[in-house]
Design a protein around this ligand. Structure first.
Ligand code: F6R
Length: 369
């Protein structure tokens, strides 16, 4: 029988229990968000393409990566949705999109530098003559870029990739701004950095659940499947990030989708397993002040239609003046909530053994090779 939310809150308020469930120090890494942001902001200021853009300028940007290394690309796309000078595509594949060529800025992002899909897409981009930049803490990706005479932005080692998001996101943002493809992000980076200190304090393990939104969120999600709904070109990347963090940190099933698109398909499916989803699904709407009046109305109606089929509908609102700060207000909250959910699920939030095993199995020679 599931424990009650207040018992879960008591568990999260027990420092011994949190420490026992976090032997590899994920909460320490979460507390270091502001320091990481500061270091990454310095890297963003230095991120330059020595040769600059080709004579006619870049016609497209491709960010290629997987998992924790790809999400920075999604965030770039939604953060810059209405200001980017050229289309930006996030590529999660072994190959490049067909349009990639000499007028493409191709940013290959892999924290480890050894992710096979990203390395294959890098080779493809080089073959197509794209202008390539690598973002990595080392590994084969750095070597391949150097061998091809391409720029590599080296970021600090020693973090789980998903907890290096500041390093994986800000240098790429600085690069785009330096090339005139995106507006100067300095003021937004500064505001976000200041607010990060407040968020990390507000969600830390020493703040009791009654005052700690991250703990309360985790307590309401234990034994549930969170289904996270963001808004296209606003909080869509955050919804994806939350889903990934529930998968990787909490080892918990989760799903996500985006308004308005989900109103044209997924909404039709909720009645199908209503008895089951009423018991085990919690819907979370991510809200932002820029969502717009029609979207707010759409969300209200969507909520009314889905509410009978889920155990609860929650709303989480971003905070902060600039868009970047608001996106990261939700990201930091999701990071803490997913790690508290790991504590309640009695799993270590840091390692991802199944992902590691799969990578090892793929690296071994296949019996048919
Ligand atoms: C692990 C994580 C994973 C990795 C992914 C790709 O913390 O977040 O999703 O990011 O397996 O590996 P890298 O980032 O090294 O290219």
């Amino acid at each position: 029988m599931a424990e009650k939310p207040h018992q879960d809150a008591d568990t999260l308020d027990d420092p011994g229990e949190v420490a026992r469930r976090d032997p590899n120090g994920m909460f320490t890494l979460l507390r270091r968000w502001p320091e990481q942001w500061k270091e990454a902001a310095a890297l963003a200021r230095e991120a330059r393409l020595p040769g600059g853009a080709p004579p006619g300028g870049f016609r497209h940007v491709v960010i290629s990566g997987m998992g924790g290394s790809a999400i920075g690309g999604d965030l770039l796309r939604s953060h810059l949705a209405d200001s980017l000078a050229v289309p930006l595509v996030v590529n999660r594949s072994y190959a490049c999109p067909g349009f990639v060529g000499p007028d493409t800025l191709f940013v290959a992002v892999s924290y480890s530098g050894n992710t096979e899909e990203t390395l294959a897409s890098l080779a493809d981009a080089l073959h197509r003559g794209a202008e390539v930049v690598g973002v990595t803490s080392g590994g084969a990706l750095g070597e391949e870029c150097r061998r091809a005479g391409k720029t590599v932005l080296i970021i600090p080692r020693g973090l789980p990739p998903r907890q290096a998001l500041g390093h994986l996101f800000l240098p790429a943002l600085g690069l785009l701004a330096g090339l005139g493809l995106a507006p100067d992000p300095s003021a937004a980076i500064e505001e976000t950095g200041k607010r990060m200190r407040e968020w990390v304090r507000a969600y830390g393990p020493e703040v009791p659940a009654r005052e700690n939104e991250a703990k309360r969120l985790a307590a309401s999600l234990r034994g549930r499947v969170p289904v996270v709904y963001g808004v296209q070109d606003r909080t869509d990347a955050v919804a994806l990030r939350w889903r990934g963090q529930f998968h990787e940190n909490s080892k918990n099933w989760a799903s996500s989708n985006v308004l308005p698109e989900l109103d044209h398909n997924e909404i039709n499916a909720w009645a199908s397993l209503s008895e089951l989803t009423r018991r085990c699904v919690t819907l979370i709407f991510l809200e932002d002040e820029e969502d717009g009046g029609r979207m707010v109305r759409r969300r209200e109606i969507t909520r009314e239609l889905i509410a009978p089929h889920v155990s609860a509908c929650l709303s989480v609102r971003s905070s902060g003046r600039c868009r970047l700060a608001r996106l990261f207000s939700l990201i930091v909250l999701g990071d803490f909530a997913s790690c508290y959910l790991a504590v309640l699920n009695r799993v270590d939030p840091l390692p991802v053994p199944v992902i590691e095993d799969l990578k090892k199995a793929l690296a071994a020679p296949s019996p048919t090779e």
